[in-house]
Design a protein around this ligand. Structure first.
Ligand code: HAM
Length: 419
């Protein structure tokens, strides 16, 4: 222990567990790359106003959870709590929307929310996200949802549920909102909830308390209030998902925690995780560009939680197919062998073989233990006597077989055996 520890609520990923983290992040991003999404690297912080206007002042994220501070120039900046607002800002700033549409982008990295830390809820959380801008085509909604689905299933996850909803558009949502408010105002609810009815009534439907759930059981549902265009759009999204084998449940009470959503919204839920069961979610945000001062530019995307996906895989006990970090482990015995082994190791690495060696003149016993622990398939042992004879001992660590191999033939022999 040193005097310091990491800030509270931050999961750190270090070897050996960090290889599972990388594997999950890569597995979630791969389907997006295959579907033509280009990588975007976003700033870790933005002007505070971008999130206030984009994500919404009334959301928990903006009102309670942002890491906001003044920089040395006195500007208010905020560590990004999510990726969508930043992507839309970047697309508009660099005129990406003036080129071919839709603009399809993916990103990965840490996001920051000052939440109360608990299992699966962190202050620095990791997401893989995609955003597709410039089209209202329901096939784009289906594409985004299918990319997330394929990411989870490619990792071997089976126990997740996909909740799907449509939140309507600026034509039909106001009438629904008013009908819902009228219903909610007639209920006996506590003061904070009554306030929420006026600011964001849809969030009341999402209240987790059973007594509130019971009271809102007969609340009007958005799916019964969609306009013709939204209903057709939602029907087509569902038909496309049906055709491609993506299993979903329509949940008209699904309300996402960010204000920019319209039409299609979705969430992946995993029951193995307890309270923090949302492993990923997203939806359409057709009005977001205008909220931050841009033109009309519809969009849809998702953010998948890498931390929670790892926990879900653990909860299901899915074995991960992780590549071995080390294929060959080299052990020099004696001073003369040391330099030769170092050169050999470098040659193996340069030819593409993952190789490590025993450092610090360890005895043969300790070094062979390290070779076993490394997960390598082969150990190369070089003593001074071997060196005099121009050979090294090549030991297959799975069978225990050991054979002398001429030093000049070692790299090619190992490469052949690894194939
Ligand atoms: P979100 O639902 O706020 O959406 O976050 C997406 C995912 O990030 C969640 O489903 C969860 O897995 C993970 N996550 C969120 N907060 C935490 C936390 N405190 N600890 C661990 N994991 C967490 C968004 O962020 C939207 N930007 C998604 C989106 C993209 N919508 C459209 N495009």
């Amino acid at each position: 222990m040193s005097t310091f520890s990491a800030p509270k609520g931050i999961p750190e990923y270090y070897p050996p567990a960090s290889s599972a983290f990388l594997h999950v992040r890569e597995g979630l991003a791969a389907p997006a790359r295959r579907a033509g999404y280009g990588y975007i690297d976003l700033p870790m912080f933005e002007e505070t106003e971008l999130f206030a206007r984009g994500v919404g002042e009334s959301t928990d994220v903006v009102s309670k959870e942002m890491y906001t501070f003044a920089d040395r120039g006195g500007r208010s900046v905020t560590l990004r709590p999510e990726g969508t607002a930043g992507v839309v800002r970047s697309v508009l700033e660099h005129n990406m929307h003036r080129g071919q549409l839709p603009v399809k982008l993916w990103y990965a990295g840490p996001f920051f929310r000052y939440e109360r830390p608990q299992a699966g809820r962190y202050r620095q959380l990791q997401q893989v996200g995609v955003e597709a801008l410039g089209s209202e085509d329901p096939a784009l909604d289906a594409e985004v949802i299918t990319i997330a689905w394929d990411g989870y299933t490619s990792l071997g996850l089976t126990g997740m549920r996909l909740d799907l909803n449509s939140l309507g558009c600026r034509e039909c949502r106001p009438a629904y909102r008013a009908a819902l408010q009228e219903f909610l105002r007639a209920l006996d609810l506590d003061e904070p909830t009554r306030k929420r009815i006026e600011i964001n009534p849809l969030r009341v439907l999402d209240d987790k308390r059973p007594e509130v759930q019971a009271k809102v059981a007969d609340a009007p549902l958005i799916t019964d209030h969609l306009c013709g265009a939204c209903k057709d759009h939602f029907d087509t999204v569902r038909a496309l998902l049906d055709d491609t084998g993506v299993a979903y449940t329509v949940n008209p009470r699904l309300v996402r925690g960010l204000d920019y959503y319209s039409r299609t919204t979705f969430e992946f839920v995993h029951e193995g995780l307890g309270a923090q069961s949302g492993i990923g979610g997203g939806g359409r945000y057709d009005g977001l560009s205008e909220m931050i001062g841009g033109p009309n530019l519809p969009g849809i995307g998702f953010g998948l939680g890498v931390d929670r996906t790892l926990l879900a895989l653990e909860a299901e006990g899915v074995p991960l197919d992780l590549p071995s970090a080390c294929q060959v482990y080299a052990v020099p015995l004696g001073d003369d062998a040391h330099g030769r082994v170092y050169a050999l190791v470098t040659e193996l690495r340069r030819s593409g073989v993952a190789t490590d060696m025993a450092f610090g003149g360890r005895g043969v016993k300790g070094a062979m233990k390290a070779a076993d622990r490394s997960g390598a398939r082969f150990a190369v042992v070089l003593g001074d006597r071997d060196l005099a004879e121009g050979v090294a001992q090549l030991k297959d660590l799975t069978t225990g077989d050991q054979t002398p191999v001429a030093l000049d033939a070692l790299v090619t022999t190992i490469k052949e055996k690894l194939q």
